[in-house]
Design a protein around this ligand. Structure first.
Ligand code: SF4
Length: 311
């Protein structure tokens, strides 16, 4: 893939105290090594946050067309890291976006995490680029609770190509999870956002890929979330274009989550969405919030969960 422009900047701080969603999930801080993300996913909520995400107008007007690295991040970490922090990296960019292979920022960040270990360090990514740092991740995991939250958004790679064409394929991501787990690293599957999919196939795929509770979140829609970050219009236009607008309708989403929940629990795994879902990244799987039994009663009707359709 063509490498998009990479700019540099100096940040005043690198760890941000969290509020809202991440705070409810149990995190204390977030770490964002770059502004803007060249994966440029059609649904990415970050550009809709504008200045709340620390973006410049050019970032949200040209989302995904370049990225700006905070080159002093490792130096800032030396004085900002504390042992009681639970850090999420990152809510505003993929730390292993393609530019990372040129910037090599994450090894320098991980070095500081190793030297000044926080209580918990979570890496949120969808990128096989993380495999470059496997040995370093193993070393960091000796000193802190290191977890990798890996995004799997659909079971159907044709759908992935439409909504996130610059990202690696679903099979490549599954192979990456396998390699990370073979290296002894603690990996979670994050089905967020849930793109058009076959729920039983997606459930089987993420349960077989990992050993932890499954985290999910549907596409954010304004009817259910009047304020704050939301799905970019580009994703809604794609749904309309392919005659699948129901994936952004509240009733359909409720039923989708019920079906996915049923399928995942039937395979013996816990599933939750929103802050509760992401809270499994800050808790142990056996903590009370996650010790919920499989729901009783009949399987939810999948009558309106239509197949993904022809892309
Ligand atoms: S990888 Fe994440 S941060 Fe980057 S564009 Fe896609 S959704 Fe946004």
């Amino acid at each position: 893939m063509r490498l998009l422009p990479i700019h540099d900047t100096q940040a005043r701080r690198i760890l941000s105290p969290v509020s809202g969603f991440l705070s409810e999930a149990g995190f204390t801080h977030s770490l964002t090594p770059a502004r803007n993300c060249t994966y440029g996913c059609s649904y990415c909520y970050v550009p809709t946050m504008r200045i709340q995400a620390g973006l410049k107008p050019d970032d949200w007007q040209h989302w995904g067309e370049y990225t700006t690295y905070k080159t002093n991040a490792p130096d800032l970490l030396k004085r900002e890291l504390k042992p009681d922090q639970l850090i999420y990296c990152s809510p505003l960019t993929d730390p292993y976006q393609p530019a990372e292979m040129h910037q090599e920022m994450m090894p320098r960040i991980l070095e500081q995490i190793y030297i000044h270990p926080p209580k918990l360090f979570v890496i949120q990514t969808r990128s096989p680029n993380i495999l470059r740092d496997t040995k370093l991740l193993q070393t960091v995991a000796e000193n802190t609770d290191l977890r990798i939250s890996f995004s799997i958004t659909t079971n159907d790679d044709r759908i992935r190509k439409i909504f996130e064409p610059r990202c690696e394929s679903i099979p490549d991501r599954l192979r990456t999870i396998e390699e990370l787990r073979a290296a002894g690293l603690n990996v979670y599957a994050t089905v967020a956002p849930i793109l058009p999919c076959e729920p039983p196939d997606l459930a089987r795929l993420v349960v077989e890929a990992t050993a932890n509770p499954i985290i999910g979140d549907p596409l954010h829609i304004r009817q259910l979330k009047p304020r704050g970050a939301t799905t970019r219009d580009a994703a809604f236009k794609i749904l309309d274009h392919y005659g699948q607008p129901q994936w952004a309708e509240p009733g359909f989403q409720t039923q989708l989550l019920e079906v996915l929940d049923h399928e995942i629990r039937a395979l013996g795994r816990d599933f939750a969405t929103g802050p509760k879902g992401f809270s499994c990244l800050t808790q142990t799987p056996s903590s009370p919030a996650w010790a919920s039994p499989a729901p009783a009663g009949p399987k939810p009707s999948p009558r309106s969960i239509r197949p993904t359709g022809k892309p």
